[in-house]
Write a protein that binds this ligand. Sequence first.
Ligand SMILES: [Zn+2]
Length: 423
Amino acid sequence: MNRWSVNSDRIEARINRLAQIGKISETGVCRLALSAEDLEAVLVVKGWMEEAGLTARIDAFGNLIGRLEGANPDAPAVMMGSHIDTQPYAGRFDGIIGVIGAIEAVQTMREQGIAPAVPIEVAAFCDEEGCRFNKGLFGVRGLLGQLEEGELARADKDGVTRLEALVAFGGDPSKFAESVYPPGRVGSFLELHIEQGPVLESLNSPVGLVTGISGPLWWTVDLHGFAGHAGSVPMPLRRDALASAASIIAGLQTLASRDPDAPTVGTVGSLQVFPDSRNIIPEHVRFTVDLRDIDLGRRDRLEAELRVLIDEAAAANGLTYTIREDTNSEPRYCAERIKDAIRASAADLDVTLPELMSGPFHDSLAMSRYCDYGMIFVRCKDGISHNPKEFSAQADIALGCELLYQAALRLCRAAAHAPAEPA
Ligand SMILES: [Zn+2]
């Protein structure tokens, strides 16, 4: 029996429908941002938005945005959403449940005869994943006026620039300035997302309340040594870039694991060796660093230690090096009033709601610089994500959608009674 107001069957059918677009295996999906598959999915979702009563459009940045007017159309909107683009080897749920859940919340309100006091917006943001052009959160940052110099010139593996892909998608760089949201257009942002980690499963809880998103620090590190014959150059005379990289990677593991009670994580996920031959001493190594923590002070201390470690490891083999900072975000905490709305909704539903931080970043990270935000996590099996094996149970997703719906209703009611902003 369905305990919830939201329609679990409709949610499931929509998830399954999207999984058919860019399908690569029984449960795997590849729907890269701004691709033909992405556009096909956006148009399907646009149809669902319209069915839910939203007025939907694709904006200049490639975001799909739906709006339902409130009794007071000038009030700051309650916005919900996430993304529907995927990694190249992805599952069916990452981002998707946040968009389908948001549409479901609006459709449920309409079916319940609830007219919101303030406007509601639903967003499927363009290119959250960032895997195609190596920089994520494109659409949401565009909407909020946070794009950086040179982003449109970034090219994918085939040499297609973001500019070319965006124009083919229906975006319009000439309209960027007028498409940026002015301050105050949105007052609250809510995102439903799969956890992408193992914490909720370990607690045996279907849903959780996010307290904040830990800030990622992303580097690209280049180590330069000197190539030579692997058979003839004596060890003391070598300038082996890979040998230093190995000690840096091992050192990062030690640094990130030092406090077992801290959620610190450090990863080298990509490494290239030049000339990459078994009998040549590696001359050039490039690798990425991803360092995250909910405590910025601790992350800063670890960063300083890592810089010393790289300096020493390079010196040990006579290398030169550069560290390019690609991303540096500080942790962003969820708003108390939004967490309270989600807590109250869970209490009403008699659901326990553990609280946890998010290691991955989400569209909410960008929204957090614009307005208050809150996030609800849904348990996923074995914490697996960015993998076709990614799985969340339909009952858990439906519960997450119900929480989203209830919390959005609370935020709309609270906004209706809020004192007017001073002019
Ligand atoms: Zn996601």
